[in-house]
Design a protein around this ligand. Structure first.
Ligand code: C2E
Ligand code: CA
Ligand code: CA
Length: 528
């Protein structure tokens, strides 16, 4: 029972009790009048003076008055107590629904306000999310106290300038949301937001410093752009992001046609955030087979994401989303840690191959991150192979070289992934030392039927042999591809012909089955 209903039921009980007492009093009075009770009592008291009935009655009357006085005081105490509780309750409610710094409503209050707004027959409205351009720089240069002052002042200005009935809240950091109930058209919403932009842009004086900020607004419409608060917020956010891309200090309305792709990415990024938090993302392992003895040499970890709401999402979607949304580092560390913990129990000699993204390769802290994970999990660096694409290397050649050299010093091996498909030049690649070369599936698909690809793959294998780098052929699906590669001297192979990526629990069975792999499918003859 909530405190409110408790107090309400208590009040009801008091009135019921009081009504009962009054009713009993009236009945008694009527009965006593009817039978002349007091006259009889006085007569009885005179005749039985030794019983001291009059004194007893007097004492009872005094005690009754004292009891009445006592009850009255307790009621006053209780009233005080109820008032204090109500106040505490209101304070707790205020704290839970308001932001500490600006005293504006917070995200929770926004959810409540939205729920109330859309109850019954809701009117359309606009939701705008805005943040302050360059706020981080102000915080960095002038410090957090000045940054807070700016937020307080701007919140105050916007809250007082908003038309009556509109709602503002702070979502966190320098991000705010406003619900424009008063705007009946896009033009009206634009005019209100334009006014707010002007207020935000006028300088805030703090001590001897004049701080100026500007804001970019993203706007979504209820119910056209969404009927629940998270869709409306996400779409306003996407519009805000596009606004920032187009040069900041802008009011940008969500546009389904233009923003659909970005929205998808933002949804995937959100799903990924939850996946990392709740463990819906995990590595599975695809075997890498040594083609001479057909035994498994290692496993490539491939990320898999099964979200309870969005279903399974493929890496080609969530890896770019992770890169765009700044989640890549967290995802890499999470997956590598998990893979090292699992791979530690594999038979000796079986190595773990792990994909890094361009973002990882550009990160000066990458060697430290990997070393820490190896130390934490107790995984041997010499059992780890890192896969990187040429395209990732050329994004920042200098940093990539530093990172890869440090990783090799740790004892980690490096393989070039998707070799032949990137935008690197031999001159750039020759500055690096690689341990393996992974020939992209595109070539393996067509090398048997396409003379040009046949020559290209032979060339790559020759390059690998010349530079003492074993090659791995990716995407082997057919027996004839396998035969071709074995005859051409390719050292390792990977593909659905052997196995797709499997969960860690299936690795022992795969090792048993493929320890000595002999292809069962009948050889398909090439088309040419
Ligand atoms: P990749 O590194 O080139 O991985 C090989 C991809 O080819 C995998 O797709 C694998 O399932 C698929 N594949 C393997 N054998 C065959 C085959 O015989 N036929 C066909 N058609 N496909 C085959 P997946 O798992 O969807 O991964 C796609 C890409 O996503 C990967 O390409 C890699 O670039 C990226 N990725 C996957 N996991 C991670 C990860 O943990 N970190 C990073 N940074 N990237 C990852
Ligand atoms: Ca790979
Ligand atoms: Ca590959």
């Amino acid at each position: 029972m909530s405190p409110k209903t408790f107090f309400y039921s208590m009040h009801k009980r008091h009135f019921r009790d009081l009504a009962g007492i009054i009713a009993v009093g009236i009945v008694l009075l009527v009965v006593m009048i009817e039978c002349d009770f007091f006259e009889h009592l006085v007569a009885f008291s005179f005749t039985h003076e030794e019983w001291q009935i009059d004194e007893c009655i007097t004492a009872f009357i005094i005690i009754g008055w004292c009891g009445f006085f006592f009850g009255f005081r307790r009621i006053a105490d209780m009233r005080k107590e109820i008032k204090a509780r109500k106040q505490a309750q209101e304070e707790a409610y205020h704290l839970a629904n308001h932001d500490n710094l600006t005293h504006l409503p917070n995200r929770r209050a926004l959810n409540e306000h939205f729920a109330q707004t859309v109850r019954g027959m809701p009117e359309p409205f606009f939701l705008s999310v805005f943040d302050l351009d360059g706020f981080k720089a102000i915080n960095d240069i002038y410090g957090h106290i000045t940054g807070d002052k700016l937020l307080e002042e701007i919140s105050q200005r916007v809250a007082t300038a908003l038309p009556k009935g509109d709602f503002i809240c702070r979502l966190g950091g320098d991000e705010f949301a406003v619900l424009l109930h008063s705007a009946k058209s896009e033009t009206a919403a634009h005019a209100i937001l334009n006014g707010l932009a002007g207020l935000i842009a006028s300088p805030v004086i703090h001590g001897s410093t004049a701080l100026t900020a500007a804001a970019t607004f993203g706007v979504s419409h209820y119910p056209n752009d969404g009927q629940d608060i998270s869709t409306l917020l996400r779409r306003a956010d996407v519009a805000l992001y596009q606004g920032k891309r187009n040069g900041k200090n802008i009011i940008r309305f969500f546009d389904m046609d233009q923003d659909h792709l970005l929205e998808q990415q933002s949804m995937i990024a959100q799903a990924l955030r939850e996946a990392i938090e709740h463990g819906y993302v995990r590595p599975e392992y695809q075997p890498i087979v040594a083609l001479d003895g057909m035994t498994i040499a290692g496993f490539e970890a491939l990320a898999r994401l099964d979200h309870p709401v969005h279903g399974s999402i493929i890496p080609d979607k969530f890896i770019p989303a992770a890169e765009e949304s700044g989640l890549m580092t967290e995802l890499t560390d999470y997956l590598l840690r998990k893979a090292c913990i699992e791979a530690k129990h594999w038979p000796a000699g079986i190595y773990l191959s792990f994909n890094l993204s361009a973002i990882d390769l550009r990160d000066p802290l990458l060697p430290d991150r990997i070393e820490r994970i190896l130390l934490e999990t107790g995984f041997n660096a010499s059992h780890l192979e890192i896969e990187i694409t040429e395209t990732a290397i050329v994004k920042d050649i200098k940093q990539a070289k530093l990172n890869l050299d440090m990783l090799r010093e740790l004892g980690v091996r490096i393989a070039v992934d998707d070799f032949g498909t990137g935008y690197s030049s031999m001159a750039q690649i020759s500055r690096f030392t690689f341990d393996k070369l992974k020939i992209d599936r595109e070539f393996i698909d067509s090398m048997v039927i396409n003379e040009k690809d046949d020559k290209i793959v032979r060339c790559m294998l020759g390059l690998g042999h010349g530079l003492n780098m074993p090659s791995i052929a990716e995407g082997i699906e057919h027996d004839y591809q396998l035969q071709w590669l074995r005859e051409a001297g390719c050292e390792f192979g990977q593909g659905f012909l052997f196995s797709k990526a499997v969960p860690n629990a299936e690795i022992p069975e795969l090792l048993n089955r493929h320890g000595c792999y002999i292809p069962q499918t009948p050889r398909k003859e090439p088309a040419i």
